[in-house]
Design a protein around this ligand. Structure first.
Ligand code: PLP
Length: 387
């Protein structure tokens, strides 16, 4: 037996990392609950309940060249995206979901000894991908209303030291302890609308943050649902801004994995060196192109979901034990008051209604409900009123 211990060769910064906690697959849950998948009201992952457009399903069925490798340059898709967002194609790179681009960005900028600035509570992948590179995560907690603490971020960069303000949902002790040896943060991750709070980030705040010596990654996974415009075009004026978008939420093809980034010119050659040639598969590309030929229909679905979000929010506000937060996205975060959110989630699950449950700093005793079809909202509301 070879006495050599191969695991000792693993990158040491990986050993302490935890696995990403996935949500249970739909089919597994359906079996466990004994409820047919078609009867389950799935409001736990912000997917689009209307799914892909009929034209997308048709395009996928008719495409004749699945036996041919994808175009590594993704030229047709990039041109179509350029027409859609009004930014030249040579700033655009599609990926296997926005998630793949987050991973690329972290691998391009971060190594052990570097840091990112994160604004929790927010999407988990930023800190996950940063830690995979051995980078540190400096948390600047959002305020009680989940707005970004812009002054807090400015202070960290000014003096490498930060004390929280009193409106924060988190006790001051949880802020980073001043440490002169702290690594310098390179990347700032922002999300507008934020997941899971649905909060927007105002133009003025974004401008202030763009003035800092940081590369700002603005994740716009839910921007189509906001009553505010995308900032994708800002990339042309700000050499330190990256904007990420996706087909997973508004376009309803989360399972096909298609996202894209809008990057400053200087970064594109590095991304091209770095990118796996066939990262976006042919089916995702066909579906993306078909979606972009019918953006009017996507807008119509988004409008339907926005109307339903507003109804969901209004109805949730009438439930005595829930405190919903206003949302610019296709979900509503609620604080559960005077009872256990975990028990509420369980009780809903028993009736085939899935919501996301949180119990962590800034999100204690919370649930997040994705916007579904009206009949799904009705089933959820009836169940919430009964418990
Ligand atoms: C869902 C989500 C994504 C992931 O997008 P994909 O394109 O499916 O990888 C990115 N950011 C946020 C904030 C999300 O909620």
């Amino acid at each position: 037996m070879n006495p050599f211990a191969p695991h000792s060769f693993l990158n040491s910064h990986l050993s302490g990392l935890e696995e990403y906690t996935p949500i249970q697959p739909f089919e597994v849950l359906s079996k466990r609950l004994g409820i047919p998948a078609s009867q389950i009201v799935k409001l736990d992952a912000n997917e689009n309940p209307y799914g892909p457009l009929p034209a997308v399903v048709e395009a996928l069925a008719e495409y004749p060249y699945y036996h041919i490798y994808p175009d590594p340059q993704q030229s047709e898709l990039r041109e179509a995206l350029s027409g859609f967002i009004g930014v030249p194609a040579d700033h655009i790179l599609p990926g296997q979901g926005a998630d793949e681009l987050l991973d690329y960005i972290c691998r391009l900028f971060l190594a052990p000894g570097d840091a990112i600035l994160n604004t929790p509570p927010t999407f988990g992948m930023y800190s996950f991908d940063a830690k995979l590179q051995g980078a540190e995560v400096i948390d600047v907690w959002r305020r009680a209303d989940y707005s970004v603490d812009v002054e807090g971020i400015e202070k960290i960069l000014d003096i490498g030291y930060f004390v929280g303000d009193d409106t924060s949902p988190i006790p001051n002790t949880q802020y980073p302890i001043p440490n002169p040896q702290s690594p310098i943060p390179k990347l700032l991750f922002l999300t507008a609308p934020n997941n899971p709070s649905g909060t927007w980030l105002a133009d003025d705040d974004l401008r202030r943050l763009l003035a800092l010596p940081l590369v700002v990654v603005l994740d716009e996974a839910y921007v189509e649902f906001a009553n505010q415009p995308s900032r994708a075009g800002w990339v042309l004026e700000h050499g330190n801004l990256i904007v990420l978008r996706t087909f997973s939420k508004a376009a309803g093809i989360a399972g096909l994995r298609l996202g894209y980034g809008i990057f400053p010119s200087w970064l594109m050659p590095h991304l091209w060196k770095f990118k796996q040639p066939y990262n976006v598969n042919v089916a995702a590309s066909v579906a993306g192109l078909a979606s972009l030929r019918h953006t009017d229909q996507i807008t119509a679905v988004v409008e339907k979901l926005k109307t339903e979000r507003d109804r969901l929010y209004a109805e949730l506000s009438t439930i005595p034990y829930l405190h919903p937060y206003p949302s610019e996205a296709n979900f509503v975060l609620c604080r559960v008051e005077g009872r256990e959110a975990a028990a509420l989630k369980q009780s809903l699950e028993g009736q085939g209604i899935l919501v996301r449950y949180y119990n962590k700093p800034g999100l204690d005793n919370c649930i997040r409900i994705s916007v579904g079809r009206p009949e799904q909202t009705d089933r959820l509301l009836a169940a919430l009123r009964q418990v």
